[in-house]
Design a protein around this ligand. Structure first.
Ligand code: PHE
Length: 339
C-alpha cells in the first residue's frame, strides 16, 4: 500500500460521508473505516511488513488520514443532528384533525335536583340548604322523634365520636333550622345529601339525596299539600300521571301520608317495576305536627303547615328507567354521557 492509495481512500471516504443521509448510515461508515476491524486498522497492521525506509512517511500519512476522517465524521454527525431538530420543529401538519375539547355535563342527579327545585321555585318556594353534620336535637328531638324511636339507633344513623353530632339521616332537620331563623309565612325546599348505614345494593346506598319541602302560614290545609304535590308530579312525570295519598305515620307530621304515582312503565296496569301494584311510592308527607311548631317557637294555634320529603335517586331512577342506584356513584362516563 502506497501513499497514493491513501490519497484515493481519503476522497472515497470523504464522498461517502458527505452522501450519508442518516445517523445509522453514518455509523455504518464509521465502523467500516475507523472500526476495530475497519480499513484503517487493517492498514495499520500492514505497516509492519513495509521496508524500513517507507515506514516514517507511511506512518505519518495514516495518522493524518485518521485525524482527517475523525474530523469529518464528527462534523457530519453534528450537521445530521441539527438538521433533524430543525425538521422536527418545522413540521406542522395543518391538515391534521384537531384534538376535540371534551365538554362537561351535569351529573343526572344534579339535573334532577335542579329540575325539581325549579318546579318549586315557580310555585313560590325558596331554595335553602343546611349542613350534613347535624345535632341530635335538629335531626330527631325537634322533629318530635322520641328517644326510644328505632331511627335513632346506631343501626340507622351514623353518629360522630361526639354522640350529640351525627350525619343527618334526612333533610327534615333543615325544617327546624329554617323555622328557627325565620317567621311565617314560609315556603321552602331543601335539596341535599343524607346518610344511613345501609349496605350498598341495587336500591340502597349509605349516602343519597333528598329534597325536603314545607310551607307554613295561617290556614295552610291538607288540600294545599295535595295541590302542590300534584303540580310537582305532573311537571316531573307528565300530565297523564295519577297521584294517590296513602295514610302513613311520621312523628313530625299529623296526619301523614305516603304519596304514590301511577306506574310510569305500565301506566297503572301492573308490571315488575311497580310489583304488579300499578303504583309507585315517591315521597312522604303530612301536616306539620304541633310539637314541631312548639319546639321552634311558633304558635300551633295560629299557624299550620305541610311538609314532604322525597328521595332524589328514586325519582331519577323512575324518570329515566335506571335499575341500579350504584350507577349514580361510579362515575362511568358511558352511563353519565346519556344524560
Ligand atoms: N323525613 C322523611 C324521611 O326521610 C320524609 C318526610 C319529610 C316525611 C317530611 C314527611 C314530611 O323518610
Amino acid at each position: 500500500m502506497s501513499t497514493s492509495d491513501i490519497a484515493s481512500i481519503k476522497t472515497e471516504v470523504a464522498q461517502a460521508i458527505s452522501a450519508a443521509t442518516g445517523k445509522d448510515e453514518l455509523e455504518a461508515l464509521r465502523i467500516k473505516y475507523l472500526g476495530r476491524k475497519g480499513l484503517l486498522a487493517e492498514m495499520t497492521q500492514s505497516f509492519a511488513t513495509l521496508p524500513a525506509e517507507e515506514k516514517p512517511q507511511f506512518g505519518r500519512a495514516i495518522n493524518e488520514l485518521k485525524a482527517y476522517l475523525v474530523g469529518l465524521f464528527a462534523e457530519k454527525q453534528k450537521s445530521l443532528e441539527s438538521s433533524g431538530k430543525e425538521e422536527k420543529n418545522a413540521f406542522v401538519d395543518i391538515g391534521m384533525p384537531g384534538i376535540a375539547q371534551e365538554i362537561g355535563r351535569m351529573h343526572p342527579l344534579t339535573q334532577v335536583i335542579r329540575e325539581i327545585c325549579e318546579i318549586f321555585s315557580r310555585l313560590g318556594f325558596l331554595v335553602v340548604e343546611g349542613p350534613e353534620i347535624e345535632t341530635e336535637e335538629n335531626n330527631f328531638t325537634g322533629l318530635n322523634i322520641p328517644l326510644e324511636h328505632p331511627s335513632r339507633d346506631a343501626f340507622d344513623t351514623f353518629y360522630l365520636k361526639n354522640q350529640k353530632l351525627l350525619l343527618r339521616s334526612h333533610t327534615s332537620p333543615v325544617q327546624i333550622r329554617a323555622m328557627k331563623s325565620r317567621k311565617p309565612p314560609l315556603a321552602i325546599v331543601v335539596p341535599g345529601r343524607v346518610y344511613r348505614p345501609d349496605a350498598l345494593d341495587a336500591s340502597h346506598s349509605f349516602m343519597f339525596h333528598q329534597i325536603e319541602g314545607f310551607m307554613v302560614d295561617k290556614n295552610i290545609k291538607f288540600s294545599d299539600l295535595k295541590g302542590v304535590l300534584e303540580a310537582f308530579a305532573k311537571s316531573v312525570f307528565g300530565d297523564q300521571i295519577k297521584m294517590r295519598l296513602r295514610p302513613h305515620f311520621f312523628p313530625f307530621t299529623e296526619p301523614s301520608a305516603e304519596v304514590d304515582i301511577s306506574c310510569i312503565i305500565c301506566k297503572g296496569k301492573g308490571c315488575s317495576v311497580c310489583g304488579r301494584k300499578g303504583w309507585l311510592e315517591v315521597l312522604g308527607s303530612g301536616m306539620i305536627h304541633p310539637n314541631v311548631f312548639k319546639h321552634v317557637g311558633y304558635d300551633p294555634e295560629k299557624y299550620t303547615g305541610f311538609a314532604f320529603g322525597m328521595g332524589v335517586e328514586r325519582i331519577a331512577m323512575l324518570k329515566y328507567g335506571i335499575n341500579d342506584i350504584r350507577l349514580f356513584y361510579e362515575n362511568d362516563l358511558r352511563f353519565l354521557k346519556q344524560f
